[in-house]
Design a protein around this ligand. Sequence first.
Ligand SMILES: Nc1ncnc2c1ncn2[C@@H]1O[C@H](COP(=O)(O)OP(=O)(O)OP(=O)(O)O)[C@@H](O)[C@H]1O
Length: 308
Amino acid sequence: MPAPVITAADLTKKYKEFAAVDGISFEIAPGEAFGFLGPNGAGKSTTMRMVGAVSTRTSGDLDILGLDPNQNGPEIRSQLGVVPQQDNLDMELRVRDNLIVYGRYFGMSRADCARKADELLEFAQLSDRAKAKVDDLSGGMKRRLTIARSLMNDPRILLLDEPTTGLDPQARHILWDRLFRLKEQGTTLVLTTHYMDEAEQLCDRLVVVDKGTIMAEGSPAALIAEYSTREVVELRFGSDRNAAVAVEIEGVGDRIEVLPDRILIYSNDGEAELAEVTRRGLEPITSLVRRSSLEDVFLRLTGRSLIE
Ligand SMILES: Nc1ncnc2c1ncn2[C@@H]1O[C@H](COP(=O)(O)OP(=O)(O)OP(=O)(O)O)[C@@H](O)[C@H]1O
């Protein structure tokens, strides 16, 4: 096993008495795509700020590339690429100039900046927008430009806080494709997300976080195998009937979850459970048998849905 690029042990961040991050431990291997999956307020951004060496920890240990961010912030930051939750591009500058100015900030020569900017515009599929105003870019393009900018200093680790929040499905897929390429090239990706599909698509390994603590850790497939069944039956009866229906389907499947808008039956054979529901004389408005996802893992671990 190669040495981890990031190691956190009992990492804690408190704001006054409130622990936004409450004693989490994890290791991230070089070249890995590692995710923090959790709802808003789980402590993901707070963790990312500590890993990005821009916020100090209250207690615990944190090692990034063999260095302590409390002691070696600038040295660590020079080896990281950071994509914050909100794009913070320079609106005054044109697209390509955003990259050049950022490179200069890292002490790169003008020639190196120009070469690297062109290479990254190509990578981000923005070459034809090089001279455009940032304001004229779509949300997905701005996100890709922010990623391109974060790569100017050839970072060993790329930190992405909610990389596709607010983007439409097509823009998300283009972005995922770019992130796959970075992963193929060996960049370590550390990302936060509250989208289970994003975590399933991108992460080799992830931790499920809630209220500042880690609830579970593993690959998406391993987490689903450990905390859910192979299939799930989703039934909608209309919310006013959910409680009554829940009584009538008692004992069907391995486990039943009654949510405000749906009833979920967990089972390795969804079709058989759906047939049993029908046999009991129940007629859902809609029914669907699907594969288990990380959403089901989160529900099992916290009793709450990840989708608010
Ligand atoms: N500077 C601060 N002062 C006080 N409380 C804070 C501060 N920053 C974050 N918090 C609180 O810490 C908790 C975790 O916030 P954090 O932003 O890390 O969550 P998150 O998982 O990234 O969620 P989001 O996706 O909404 O950013 C929240 O309850 C938040 O209100």
